[in-house]
Every structure is written in C-alpha cells, then in structure tokens.
Design a protein around this ligand. Structure first.
Ligand SMILES: Cc1cc2nc3c(=O)[nH]c(=O)nc-3n(C[C@H](O)[C@H](O)[C@H](O)COP(=O)(O)OP(=O)(O)OC[C@H]3O[C@@H](n4cnc5c(N)ncnc54)[C@H](O)[C@@H]3O)c2cc1C
Length: 297
C-alpha cells in the first residue's frame, strides 16, 4: 500500500565552492543533479515522487546569490538565496516595487516565505507562480551563470511551457534585476485562491500602471495573468486598448473582455476553465479600476 506520508528519497547533498565547479557539476550530472534554493518546491516534489535526483546542489553560498540591493540607476537586484520575507522587509523594495511586495506577501504563509525565494518561484516555471507576474511587469532580467560564464536572460522570454524554461545544463540563476520603475507608478496584485491563505492561485492578476504622456490615453498599463495559460500570460491586446483609448468604464470593460478572450485555462481541482475565464475579466477590471483610482487620486 502507498504511504499517505511518504518520506524523502535518499540523495547526496552537494555544496560547490565556486560558480564554475557548480556549473560543471550540474552539466556533468544533467539527468541526476538539481540545483535548489529554498527547497520548498524541490523537497515536496521529491517526497511526492515527481523527481528523484541523486544529487541536490545547494547554490545558496555561491558568489552573487546573496545580494539584495537597490541602485538608483540599475534598480533592484535580488539574489537567488534571498527568502521572500527578506525582500518584503527591504524598505526600498516596498518603496519602489509595491507590486512585487504585494505578490510576495500572497505566497502561502509567513513560515514558507522564510525559505521560499523569488528565483525558485521563477525557475519552477509554474503557470501559477505568484511573483512571476510582478517580475514580468517590472521587466526583470535574470543574471545567470553557465558553462560559458555569465549571461543575462530577459524574463519575458524565459518560460517555454509548464515547468519549463530556457535554462541549459549547468545554468544557475544568480539573481534577478528589476530596472527602476516609472516614477509615481502604482501596482495591484489580485489573487483568487480557494481560501485566503496558503493556496495556489485559481487566477492571479498582476497590474502596474503609470501616467504616460506618450500614449493616447495618457497611461500605460502592464498586465500579467497567472494560472490561465501554459506560461504566465501577458494580455497584449488589453494593454493596447488601455493605452490607445480614453480611460473610461467602457474602455476598461473592453480591455478586461480582451484579456478574458485571450486566456486558455484548463479545468483542475482548483477551478473550472470557464470560471477562471470569467474571473480573469472581473479581476482585470478591478485591478485597472484600482490603479486608475490610485493614479488620479
Ligand atoms: C505548502 C506550499 C504552499 C505553496 N504556496 C505557493 C503559493 O501560494 N504561491 C506560489 O507561487 N508558490 C507556492 N508554493 C511553491 C513554492 O513555495 C514557490 O514556488 C517558491 O517560491 C519556490 O522557491 P524555492 O526557493 O523554495 O525553490 P526551490 O524548491 O529551491 O526550487 C524550485 C525550482 O527551481 C530550481 N532552482 C532553484 N534555485 C535555482 C537557481 N538558483 N538556479 C536554477 N534553478 C534553480 C530548482 O531546481 C527547482 O526546479 C508553495 C509550496 C508549498 C510547499
């Protein structure tokens, strides 16, 4: 009989002393080694038998992974070893990246967030990842070390399918950099779950907006929607409607409808595809209304 509480399979813990050792080890053991940061996805998946690596490679002590800094010209850089609670408590993150802080606070529980990282959330590449939308809206760029040294990967091109991303054997994400956002921008994250705490989203809407004299509406909105497509979804037509037409209830309704028409959710235990679609429309509308209110108050 299958145990209802299976333990972890056996594995070797590997702690490389530098980046090139880490990348080489991961590339050499491509099918039986895995990097981990907070481990909150990794250990649960190992316990549940989804993967069974022979080696778990702890990348938290490597150069560049413990950085958490804001620079007025480069923006915010968050290392892969930094737990979400530390990001939430970082005053410059709260001051300049409110959408990211909102999204991070929505992940599971305080306890889990003391281990879980934003980079782990991204590399896991779940369509439901709560912090991914904010990182997309802020135009995040991943700083990666691989067999050929350092490289940068824009987040917008990173996701290739559920659980899949552009990382190659030996690649380790060291950090993400979020450029300085437009002055006076506002952010809003709406997460619909089966309960208010500790659940993955049925739909998650990340919205960022700012006054922009270069657009016809006078505003630019960035939207990213979780849990309704194989990868975190950017409703480009909805964004376009919001920047090219006067911002009024009719425009906002049509943008929300465009977002709903573009998503391709599935039925699962958390919600039906049809329910998700309707909730995309509702939450996009609510988020844009909220941002309009914040930007014009
Ligand atoms: C009870 C529970 C509740 C949860 N609730 C939520 C929720 O509400 N919202 C949500 O979005 N998620 C949730 N999760 C999922 C998980 O906690 C998050 O995705 C978390 O951010 C993962 O971060 P981590 O550092 O623990 O990742 P890890 O488990 O360390 O890694 C996750 C994946 O990323 C890869 N990886 C990690 N670090 C690196 C790196 N530096 N370079 C390359 N690859 C790397 C690993 O190989 C693995 O595939 C929940 C998980 C649990 C167990």
């Amino acid at each position: 009989m299958t145990s209802a509480h299976p333990g972890l399979p056996e594995f070797d813990y590997v702690k490389p002393s530098d980046l090139s050792e880490a990348s080489q080890f991961l590339a050499l053991h491509v099918s039986d080694a895995r990097p981990f940061s907070g481990g909150t996805d990794t250990f649960v998946r190992m316990r549940d038998g989804f993967f069974n690596p022979k080696y778990l490679v702890d990348v938290k002590n490597l150069e560049g992974t413990r950085i958490l800094k804001f620079d007025a010209s480069e923006g915010l850089t968050i290392g892969s070893a930094i737990p979400m609670n530390q990001v939430v408590a970082f005053s410059e993150a709260a001051a300049y990246y409110p959408l990211l802080v909102d999204a991070a606070k929505s992940v599971a529980s305080y306890q889990l967030r003391s281990r879980a990282t934003i980079i782990g959330n991204i590399c896991n590449a779940s369509p439901a990842g709560d912090t991914i939308g904010a990182c997309l809206a802020y135009d995040g760029v991943l700083n990666v070390h691989g067999l050929d040294g350092h490289k940068k990967l824009p987040l917008k091109d990173f996701f290739t399918g559920p659980g899949k991303n552009l990382l190659k054997p030996g690649d380790i994400v060291l950090s993400i950099t979020l450029p300085v956002p437009p002055k006076g921008h506002a952010g809003q994250y709406f997460k619909l779950g089966r309960n208010r705490l500790s659940d993955l989203s049925i739909v998650g809407v990340s919205a960022l907006g700012y006054k922009d004299p270069s657009t016809k509406s006078g505003f630019t909105f960035r939207l990213a929607i979780a849990s309704v497509a194989p990868v975190p979804f950017i409703p480009t037509l909805a964004e376009e409607i919001l920047s090219t037409e006067p911002l009024n209830p009719d425009t906002i309704n049509r943008a929300a409808q465009a977002a709903m028409d573009a998503v391709t959710p599935i039925d699962d235990v958390r919600g039906s595809a049809q329910y998700r679609k309707y909730m995309v429309r509702n939450l996009v509308k609510r988020a844009v209304n909220e941002l309009q209110h914040k930007l014009t108050a």
